[in-house]
Design a protein around this ligand. Structure first.
Ligand code: FES
Ligand code: FE2
Length: 284
């Protein structure tokens, strides 16, 4: 990936986990950067580079003690601001050199997803009021780990022309979907069934590396509220499984943002807009 593209992507919020899985130090990767996510005693989530400054051990192998994460190798302790607070091997364990710090990244929790930005984020996380409205039932599906660039996974989500071929009998023509793309890898889709009933999808892809991504898909509805979550989760597992083999086969791994590189039909309008916007904003 070019340095410019990487710099642009680092300055964005990306999903890195569903919030409820962070019960112990949790390792993941964002844009090739190893991350550890952990919660302090108050429940606040933190994101550090998953590397202990002492000998490079993964902090995710360690444990949380109160408001500190403790390295598994020699027990160095780090507070929420990344500063090392104690080195057990020192005669005076609290006289810690100032250079002993973990690299700390911006992190926030929204919609039951943990989001991380590796540099000052240029845009906010999109507002989706339905996902924070108690009258709507929100189902977390996935996550869906695929062997492709996040751009391919996102574009697949905007592609309605493949439904009859990849998902025969499962997905029909969506009724007037309204698709909002939030660069680089988040999509919000509203489907209005007429009248009061509505369905909202938030799909966000974690760019793990050039050829790997993880999709988080929230499905919210304001009708049929008693239906247990596993029904939609199983349905989406089937749909995403059907898409995965097709998308992982696409070459190149990353969407070609140069419009001349592939052919486009009228129904590809959303994809074309996506490619253009990605390019204009330095992500392509
Ligand atoms: S490698 Fe982490 S404390 Fe030594
Ligand atoms: Fe699909």
């Amino acid at each position: 990936m070019s340095t410019d593209r990487l710099a642009a992507l680092r300055a964005c919020w990306h999903p890195v986990a569903y919030a409820d899985v962070i019960t112990a130090p949790h390792a993941t990767t964002l844009l090739g950067e190893p991350l550890v996510l952990w919660r302090d005693a108050r429940g606040a989530v933190h994101a550090f580079r998953d590397v202990c400054v002492h000998r490079g051990t993964a902090l995710s192998l360690g444990r949380v003690d109160g408001n500190e994460i403790v390295c598994a190798y020699h027990g160095w302790r780090y507070g929420a601001d990344g500063a090392c607070t104690a080195i057990p091997q020192l005669a005076e364990p609290t006289r810690v050199p100032a250079r002993a710090r973990a690299v700390v990244y911006a992190v926030c929790e929204r919609y039951g997803i943990v989001w991380v930005a590796l540099a000052e984020p240029a845009w906010p996380i999109p507002d989706v009021p339905e996902l924070e409205n108690a009258a709507w039932r929100v189902v977390r599906t996935g996550p869906f780990a695929w062997a492709c660039d996040a751009s391919r996974q996102v574009e697949n989500f905007t592609d309605f022309g493949h439904f009859a071929f990849v998902h025969p009998g499962l997905l029909g023509d969506p009724a007037q979907p309204v698709v909002a793309l939030h660069l680089p890898y988040t999509i919000v889709e509203h489907i209005d069934w007429g009248g009061h009933d509505g369905l909202v999808y938030l799909f966000a892809s974690q760019p793990v590396a050039d050829d790997r991504c993880i999709g988080y898909c929230l499905v919210a509805r304001n009708y049929n509220l008693e239906q247990p979550d596993h029904v939609i989760q199983a349905f989406e597992r089937t749909i995403f499984g059907q898409d995965q083999r097709v998308v992982e086969s696409q070459r190149p791994d990353c969407v070609p943002f140069d419009l001349a590189a592939e052919l486009h039909l009228t129904f590809d309008a959303v994809a074309v807009a996506y490619r253009r916007a990605m390019r204009v904003n330095g992500f392509g």
